[in-house]
Design a protein around this ligand. Structure first.
Ligand code: SAM
Ligand code: SF4
Length: 476
């Protein structure tokens, strides 16, 4: 008998990537294995994102394209999960006859029963119930075999911060944290399956455990640091208002904690920050940056900026550009403000014109460009420890130009520095399954070229070409 196939289209942030993994874990006991081809799937799940209007439109347009598949195979189950499902609920079923199931952000643990019910009765189901606290069975810790080197672990769900532009508290519910023991168990299983790097996920990891009286986030990091075989720890996201001295100190004391922090500032204007309900000032943000650099001078700092928030003036934009020049971020994600249902800013006056928002986005991106390149250029001539993520199959024009004539497609590798910068390098091909041998190892790379979004380097100290034959490696 043919095994049952599950196709998941994951949209949006890392939390959705983790949730899709949870969906796979929950459906595996029913005999479902994943496929990359929607045409051969028995269940298609669209794990949606509602953070901006564009993301939501993308989900609906993908669902629209599934209609012919459903017409061809009426037994196919189409499910919509994630933040749009939570936000829209029953409205999705009314609008899209091809959809069988709408399940919210807290309904994943109930999926096996829901799918069984739909298979048996061909009913249509909406499950968008939300709880204020976590139940013992909310997260599955049964980690399947995986070839991932780097993986995510959600340590808390929801958010209590209510930034006025943001839909997250409305679609992911109240903040609640998982017990540390459960998180450590899951990480240990991941490491046993070959994971070398974990990224701990939460909307505001700094308030981890506070409500439930669990340990502090820096204490959780200490426990994760003790997991044998794990090489690197990352986390996201850290809210500037709650960045503690203990967490800053952890960057100086925990050897596995990567020297990178994503610290979204959103705006450089105090007036806008207040209207966004961010609860910190620009000066406090800059102070935090200075303290972090005091602990670890080379720490990489990245951030998020929203342009065109209602009422943002030219002066406010100038304040943001000035902050970017002042902080010199390693990288920046800039977004055009988008009205979201349920988020208070949807009712704010003085909305900014779309073309003006686009111009402001461009101003922010051009301002940042030089700093991203400068930070990369500063690494030329240094030796970086790179955790190899895989064997590149394609080579971009940028990389090809940088590698000059020594590049042969098929022997190019990619990985990341602790500061989260992508590094490409070539290594002599080995006949003995080199991908399996080099992926997951930490290799010392002499950085030779800096490009706007990546680095190019040369492996040193180990004859990398012989790694595939079992020679000495730099793996931890
Ligand atoms: N919890 C994280 C924090 O506080 O930084 C952010 C989570 S959100 C998934 C990621 C980013 O999306 C935010 O930092 C913000 O810059 C952006 N964002 C959120 N709502 C937005 C909106 N309505 N319009 C545009 N960008 C938005
Ligand atoms: Fe949204 Fe603010 Fe919560 Fe981040 S902290 S998820 S931006 S409400």
């Amino acid at each position: 008998m043919r095994s049952k196939k599950l196709f998941i289209n994951t949209m949006g942030c890392q939390m959705n990537v983790y949730d899709s993994g949870q969906i796979e874990r929950r459906l595996a006991p029913l005999g479902f294995s994943t496929t990359e081809t929607p045409n051969e799937a028995d269940i298609i799940i669209v794990n949606t994102c509602a953070i901006r209007a564009k993301a939501e439109q993308k989900a609906f347009s993908f669902l629209g394209r599934l209609t012919p598949l459903k017409q061809k195979n009426p037994e196919l189950i189409i499910g919509v999960g994630g933040c749009v499902a939570q936000q829209e609920g029953q409205r999705i079923l009314s609008r899209m006859p091809q959809v069988d199931l709408v399940f919210g952000t807290q309904a994943i643990r109930r999926l096996p029963q829901t799918i069984q019910k739909i298979s048996a009765t061909r009913c249509r189901v909406v499950d968008v119930e939300m709880e204020t606290t976590l139940s013992a069975d909310d997260f599955s810790t049964s980690v399947p075999d995986s070839s991932e080197i780097s993986d995510f672990v959600t340590i808390m769900r929801g958010c209590d911060n209510y930034c006025t532009y943001c839909v997250v508290p409305h679609v992911r519910g109240r903040e609640s944290s998982r017990p540390p023991e459960e998180i450590i168990t899951e990480i240990k299983k991941m490491v046993a399956n070959g994971v070398r790097e974990v990224t701990l996920l939460g909307q505001n990891v700094n308030s981890y455990g506070r409500k439930e009286g669990l340990c502090r986030f820096d204490q959780l990091l200490e426990m994760v640091n003790d997991v044998e075989g794990l090489e690197r720890i990352r986390f996201t996201t850290s809210h500037p208002k709650d960045l503690s001295r203990e967490l800053m100190a952890a960057f100086g004391s925990l050897d596995k904690l990567c020297p990178h922090i994503h610290l979204p500032v959103q705006s450089g204007s105090d007036r806008v920050l207040k209207r966004m309900n961010r609860r910190y000032t620009r000066d406090r943000y800059v102070e935090n940056v200075e303290r972090l650099r005091g602990v670890l001078p080379d720490i990489a700092i990245t951030s998020d900026i929203i342009v065109g928030f209602p009422g943002e003036t030219q002066e406010d934009l100038e304040a943001t550009l000035d902050l970017i020049r002042n902080v010199e971020f390693d990288g920046l994600f800039a977004f055009i403000y988008s009205d979201r249902p349920n988020a208070p800013a949807v009712h704010f006056d003085h909305k900014i014109d779309e073309s003006e928002k686009k111009a402001r986005l461009q101003a922010v991106l051009s301002c940042q460009e030089q700093f991203t390149l400068q930070k990369n250029q500063a690494l030329v001539g240094s030796v970086q420890k790179v955790l190899v993520e895989g064997f590149s199959k394609t080579v971009s024009g940028e990389q090809a130009a940088a590698s000059r004539k020594d590049l042969t497609i098929g022997n190019q590798w990619s990985g990341r520095t602790g500061t989260n910068k992508i590094v490409h390098f070539t290594a002599a091909p080995s006949t003995d399954a080199p991908n399996q041998r080099l992926t997951g190892h930490t290799v010392e790379i002499m950085i030779e070229r800096a490009m706007p979004h990546s680095l190019w380097g040369r492996p040193i100290s180990t004859p990398i070409g012989t790694l595939g034959k079992g020679a000495q490696t730099h793996a931890a």
